[in-house]
Design a protein around this ligand. Structure first.
Ligand code: 5AD
Ligand code: SF4
Length: 375
């Protein structure tokens, strides 16, 4: 429908206007400044229609395993930064991680996401490799594996890919190098982050990135540039969420209303969907921290991925990247199983159980193949 020279127009219901999905930079900027709820509802509906057309009507669950909060980095905004000594550090054992993956498999989730603070070195690399192979074995190769384990060497990325991981999430946090510098200590590097993203792609991973939305010092122009960055780097997956301050993180506030970051978070999902079309987009948990129905609203604004938290409850308190992270004391099965399923169905989408739910953009770039071990 979007073939050569033709542009796709989608109606924004409720707004009485026709909306062009080949969004221009200036239109994206206008939408980020839009506050009229009726017009925003129209934008979200257009984005949801765009998702249905380009990635299908289903929402895919990725069971999130936060396997450890030990981190070698010291990002100014993050609650589990190396310099924060106000909470206990943990590293889940192999059998604990595999038990979570088994739970995801038994609930018929298509994939798991292994996320942790950033750790490097041959011992850690070998440990994760063993875990990846273990998850593949316990599920007979059926469970897809996404990693979110930060900046690593090319050799490590390759070893984890060979072991069977096929997607990797590494947020750029902001595409503005000056802002990136202000958010991180001087030994963190924007260029290194970019190099890692490119290394992941060349290794063969479905590669995802994203940003925090509403950061101190971040402008709406920066956010538009973030979407152009995702486009330029031809990313397969996008995971963005509102910035939420943490009391033990030193990033100074610029006085903005954090509640506003929720609106901006939904608008960014909708704009990314309308601009990039066939990518996977996550409805981030940080949305749920600001609104109990945040993730459902994310789906209704164009997201198609949700990451229910499967981390054992005893560890959740110690994985607080930001204040008010939800589901700290809920039983994992309760918070991520039937109830979430009902809520997503109620929001009008079906769940893609037992399916990897790969990014169609990745598939179209790679002639239908989706990495090693495709079930
Ligand atoms: N608010 C929102 N998101 C945060 N992250 C870290 N700290 C915060 C915060 N205070 C996000 C970063 C990181 C991901 C794992 O968590 O984007 O990449
Ligand atoms: Fe570590 Fe990631 Fe937090 Fe930075 S954002 S301190 S790398 S867990």
């Amino acid at each position: 429908m979007t073939g050569s020279g033709r542009r796709l127009f989608t109606a924004i219901p409720d707004s009485g206007r026709w909306y062009m999905t080949n969004l221009h930079t200036s239109e994206m900027l206008d939408w980020l400044n839009e506050r009229d709820p009726l017009k925003l509802t129209g934008l979200f509906r257009a984005a949801r229609a765009c998702a249905v057309e380009h990635v299908g009507s289903k929402v895919y669950f990725r069971g999130l395993i936060e396997s450890g909060n030990v981190c070698e980095k010291n990002c100014h905004y993050c609650g589990i930064r190396r310099g924060n000594r106000n909470f206990p550090r943990y590293s889940m054992t192999e059998s604990e991680i595999l038990a979570c993956a088994r739970e995801a498999f038994e609930m018929n989730y298509g994939s798991v996401v292994l996320q942790a603070g950033e750790r490097c070195g041959p011992g850690y690399s070998a440990f994760i490799e063993k875990i990846i192979r273990g998850i593949k074995t316990l599920s007979g190769g059926k469970i897809g594996i996404t990693l979110s384990l930060g900046e690593q060497s090319l050799e490590t990325y390759e070893a984890w890919f060979r072991a069977g991981a096929h997607r990797y999430l590494l947020r750029i946090e902001t595409s503005n190098p000056t802002l990136y510098k202000n958010l991180h200590p001087s030994d963190h590097s924007f260029e290194k982050r970019l190099e890692c993203l490119r290394a992941l792609k060349s290794t063969g991973y479905q590669t995802g990135t994203g940003v925090m939305i509403g950061l101190p010092g971040q402008t709406c122009e920066d956010l538009v540039n973030d979407i152009l960055f995702f486009e330029r780097e031809d990313m397969d997956m996008i995971g963005m969420g509102p910035y939420i301050p943490h009391e033990d993180a030193p990033l100074p506030s610029d006085g903005r209303d954090i509640g506003e970051n929720f609106r901006l978070g939904l608008v960014m999902i909708a704009l990314a969907r309308l601009r990039l079309k066939n990518v996977n987009i996550t409805a981030a948990t940080a949305l749920q921290a600001l609104d109990p129905e945040g993730r459902e609203k994310g789906v209704m604004a164009g997201a198609n991925i949700i990451m229910p938290n499967l981390t054992p409850v005893k560890y959740r308190e110690a994985y607080q990247l930001y204040e008010g992270k939800p589901c700290l004391d809920e039983d994992a099965g309760e918070s991520s199983g039937g109830r979430l399923d009902r809520r997503i169905r109620f929001a009008g989408a079906q769940i893609g159980y037992g399916d990897w739910g790969d990014s169609p953009r990745f598939r179209s770039r790679n002639n239908g193949t989706a990495g090693p071990g495709k079930a």
